[in-house]
Design a protein around this ligand. Sequence first.
Ligand code: FES
Length: 113
Amino acid sequence: MVFHTVARVGELEPGDIKPVNVDGADIIVYRVADTYYASQRSCLHQGGDLADGLISRGLLICPLHGWQFHAHSGVHQLSPETCLRTYAVRVSGDEIQIDPTPRVEANYPGEPR
Ligand code: FES
């Protein structure tokens, strides 16, 4: 694992989403309560920019059509097979760091029903 610093502790308030590019990968890092997570920036549905989305009740919500992903796992709320690509995040000192090697690869078998 090779971690890259993408933000400082205190830079993100709960509910904040920050777009970052690490080794050419467009990623968002976001904060839920006191925990940080990271996933792909582009929504699985039609590429909505999740950096413009919302964090609410533990869900990451796409701004385009409202798909909701569990913030901690990237799994779609209604379709457990549908999952965003997610990345490992750690806090080292006052630095928030991401490993750009996917922790879980994206999966999109088709539109949830
Ligand atoms: S592009 Fe994200 S819900 Fe449609």
